[in-house]
Write a protein that binds this ligand. Structure first.
Ligand code: ZN
Length: 149
C-alpha cells in the first residue's frame, strides 16, 4: 500500500501543479459543467467527438488538488478512446475511488488512474475524485450540467 501511496502523492502533486489538457477547446461537440458543492470544485469538460471516438478532451475551472489532478489524469486517459470505453473506464474509476477495486492490482493496466484508489481512505474526497468522470458522463448524455449532490 505504501508504494501506491507514494505514487498517489506523485500523481496528485504533478497533475495539480501542471494539469494536462487544461484550457478551452474550440469546436467542442460535447460540453458539461460539473459541480461538487461539498468542496466547491467546479469544472467544465469539453470534448470533440469524431463519430464515437473522443478526438480531443480538455477541461477548465477550479477545485481542490484531488479534483484537478483527477480531471487531468482523466483527460490523458480518455483522449482517443471511444465513448463506450470512456463510460466503462468511468465505472472502473468509481470502483477504485470507493475502494471496491484494489488499485495495486490494476496499476499495470490502468496506470495513473489506479492510484486514485488511495482516495477511498478519505470518503469525503471521493466526490472530488469522481467529479470529472461524472461530468464526462453528463456531456456524453447531452446533459449541460451535473452536481454531485
Ligand atoms: Zn474537492
Amino acid at each position: 500500500m505504501s508504494e501506491l501511496r507514494d505514487l498517489y502523492n506523485d500523481v496528485i502533486l504533478g497533475h495539480t501543479k501542471k494539469p494536462r489538457n487544461f484550457g478551452p477547446l474550440e469546436d467542442a461537440t460535447a460540453v458539461a459543467v460539473g459541480y461538487n458543492p461539498l468542496c466547491g470544485d467546479k469544472f467544465v469538460v469539453r470534448m470533440k467527438l469524431d463519430g464515437d471516438r473522443i478526438e480531443d478532451i480538455r477541461f477548465e475551472g477550479d477545485g481542490c488538488s484531488i479534483s484537478k489532478a483527477s480531471a487531468s489524469v482523466m483527460t490523458e486517459t480518455l483522449k482517443g478512446k471511444t465513448v463506450e470505453e470512456a463510460q466503462a473506464l468511468g465505472v472502473v474509476f468509481r470502483d477504485l475511488a470507493t475502494g471496491k477495486l484494489d488499485g495495486m492490482d490494476r496499476v499495470d493496466d490502468l496506470g495513473k488512474m489506479a492510484v486514485f484508489s488511495g482516495v477511498s481512505e478519505f470518503p469525503v474526497r471521493v466526490k472530488c475524485a469522481t467529479l470529472a468522470w461524472h461530468t464526462v458522463d453528463a456531456a456524453i448524455a447531452g446533459q449541460d450540467e451535473i452536481s454531485t449532490e
